[in-house]
Design a protein around this ligand. Structure first.
Ligand SMILES: CC(C)(COP(=O)(O)OP(=O)(O)OC[C@H]1O[C@@H](n2cnc3c(N)ncnc32)[C@H](O)[C@@H]1OP(=O)(O)O)[C@@H](O)C(=O)NCCC(=O)NCCS
Length: 138
């Protein structure tokens, strides 16, 4: 049975492997171990894993900046997709953000991952007319 729970320290190798398998992104600001460390220092209750009998099969990393909630690092192991795990992770992240007073959740989907749009639409998300901008700090 798959359960959702907070990340624990011994999940680290499995989470790093899942993220590395899911996003083979060499960008210097996307180092999995650094994401984990920063999240644990900031809001550890918003880093969640899907646990299938002791095996990490999914993750989500949520955040709330006081204005908007964010969903990042949503990943389900390829062999476990299509079983409702991604949906459950998003719902749990939403519940935790809502409990913090968050009224609106945003997320980014990379160009080339447009098929994920249908997944989020099935969860009530809508494509919004915004221009996304970013800047690397240091
Ligand atoms: C996107 C992802 C997290 C979905 O996880 P999942 O566990 O397979 O999704 P679920 O089984 O909970 O699916 C929920 C619903 O979305 C639908 N869905 C899932 N993936 C979909 C896709 N790629 N395209 C269209 N619909 C999809 C399912 O059919 C299901 O619909 P239903 O409720 O009508 O049955 C998973 O495919 C993944 O890890 N992808 C790679 C990483 C990624 O793209 N993350 C998102 C970054 S923004």
């Amino acid at each position: 049975m798959v359960t959702l729970r907070r990340y624990q320290s011994d999940d680290r190798p499995a989470v790093i492997e899942l993220w590395s398998d899911t996003w083979s992104d060499p960008a210097s600001h996307n180092v999995p171990s650094e994401d984990i460390d920063r999240k644990l220092a900031d809001s550890p209750d918003l880093l969640l894993v899907a646990d299938d009998e002791g095996v990490v099969v999914g993750t989500v990393l949520a955040g709330f900046d006081g204005h908007r909630g964010w969903i990042n690092r949503l990943a389900v192991d390829a062999a476990h997709r299509g079983q409702g795990i991604g949906r459950a992770l998003v719902r749990e992240a939403e519940a935790r953000l809502s409990a913090r007073g968050c009224h609106k959740v945003n997320l980014q989907i990379r160009e080339g991952e447009a098929c994920v749009v249908a997944f989020y639409e099935s969860l009530g998300y809508r494509v919004e007319p915004r221009i996304m901008m970013g800047k690397l700090l240091g």
